[in-house]
Design a protein around this ligand. Sequence first.
Ligand SMILES: O=C(O)CCC(=O)C(=O)O
Ligand SMILES: [Fe+2]
Length: 305
Amino acid sequence: MSIPRLTAGASGRDVADALAEQGCAIVEKVVAPALLDRARAELQPYLDVTPVGPDDFAGRRTRRTGGLIARSATCRDIITHPLVIDAVGGVLGHATSFQLHLTQVIAIGPGEPAQLVHRDQWAFDFFPFPSGYEVQCNTIWAMTDFTEANGATRLVPGSHRFEDRREFQEHDTVPAEMPAGSVLFYTGSLYHGAGANRSDDTRFGLNITYAVSWLRQEENQYLSVPAEIARTLPEPLLRLMGYARGAYALGYVDDLRDPLEVLLGTTGARAGLGDLAAAEERARGFTPRIERTPRSPDRTRDSAG
Ligand SMILES: O=C(O)CCC(=O)C(=O)O
Ligand SMILES: [Fe+2]
């Protein structure tokens, strides 16, 4: 059980293939650590005042700072990094489009115990998506080195095919150790959790997640990024944030107006609706793989499955 490791020259296709196989992949040293230091410096005033989490899952010694598009110009570039956009497109390409799900620095403080092992797609009200039908593709950039000791994310490689609602212990997982500047990819179906921080330093991870654009976003981009800032951003980023229709009709404004045009105050050139025939055609071409879910080697509960 190991996490596929790719080098910085990997393509989005390589990453998507590794994700299809194992549900996770690390691409090492994609950006210079200095870039992530710069993002952290831009965010420092917000990191300083972010409270610790309110419960065990969020982490009582963990600070989660969001709204990164509004707060850090460097984060905008990281969110739209071509490798990530290509990889996410490869994983979620069965849908008409995908969009940003959340942006969050996760700062795990010393003494934080390991987080409950979970699937991120449980956020969608625990809907049991069919095995092989991915709705979410996630990244965690190592802003500091990720080590087993400081709380590197822990994963169950291959578990994207396991049955839903499983429970795992720490010893069922492996740590996503990686040097700063590397990025961990994992699907919404992969079992994982933040590791325990047994070191004296805070572990900083930049969690940027993406989901098919017919699901509700976890972080509300329309309110997290004030409209006056949004109006200054490039169109591809705005579309990624959700200023675009999802599928045929999702997200239009009043009289079938295009959300991007409404934001920018341009008028009437684009309809707020998409191409229904194309959406239907795409859906017809995709058959989720609904297969017998493999048993993981060391099942810890006999109630599951
Ligand atoms: O910070 C991490 O390593 C992972 C956190 C996580 O999985 C979550 O909060 O959903
Ligand atoms: Fe998670």
